[in-house]
Design a protein around this ligand. Sequence first.
Ligand SMILES: Cc1ncc(COP(=O)(O)O)c(C=O)c1O
Length: 303
Amino acid sequence: MSDFQRVSTGLHPCGANPVHLDHVATTPVDPRVIRRMLPYRTEMYGNSTSRSHAHGRVGEEAVELAREQVSSLVNGDPHEIVWTSGVTESNNLAIKGAAHLHRAKGNPLMTLTTEHQSVLGAMLELDRDGLEVTVVPVQESGLVDLAVFEAALHPGAVLASGMFVNNETGVIQDIAAIGAPCRARGILPHVDAAQAAGKVPIDLAALPVDLMSFSAHKIYGPKGIGALYAELRPRMRIACQMHGGVHERGMRSGMLCTHQIVEELPLPPVEIQCSVLAEDAIQAAVSDFRSRQTIRGAAADDL
Ligand SMILES: Cc1ncc(COP(=O)(O)O)c(C=O)c1O
């Protein structure tokens, strides 16, 4: 009996093989990704920042190729990708990094009520620290009223954070319409794109966004690796939150985990990914569900 079977038999009313439809929470690692990761755990284990020896250069090459792959997914520049451990860290780095750099001015921050805990938690921490945080409500539809949002913008605010695709409701905010008035006032627009990357088109060359957070485990990569897009422009600066090195444009110290980073897949176009997700995954799960008829006591026809 596998570990999964042992746990699910003990805890799940469906027995050893429950239907799990929630790929919003996380996804399994694609076998192609695992094959690509393996050699970087064994023979190609070098420190990717040590360019003085071949081991390091092999790692560096892999890390930089992955950086190009991630940036091309969102039409950014590879130099704008900062590796992190996932969206929680990227959100904290963007929000606290901006707030700390401008702390002396005591400038306020803004966000929406429907954000993920990693955004609200970072904001709460800064609020406890004495910074002013404005949380703008959303409408019944889940969308923010753009007039209300714009009216709430403090001219001296540092950063405004809004989620692209909501992890609970699926609501897609109009990121361009949120980012434009922020930029016009010198406020850094930050976007949590945990649920957007690989699912909706993202063109960072066109979007008025300075900072965007990504995570690999939402799109068939491993847990514990992600990125922060940090636009290259003179006024876009954030303070590093992890001190002790000069990695990642000085924004995030620590040896890079090459074997996690190399997994970035050359993803197919968004339309193909969406149709695969919608058709294959959902149909397979529903037919599996119907064949077993019941889940938690409800009839399959109630679906
Ligand atoms: C919208 C959103 N933001 C942030 C996170 C946290 O991401 P990570 O698990 O990469 O830290 C998640 C994942 O649950 C999410 O759905």
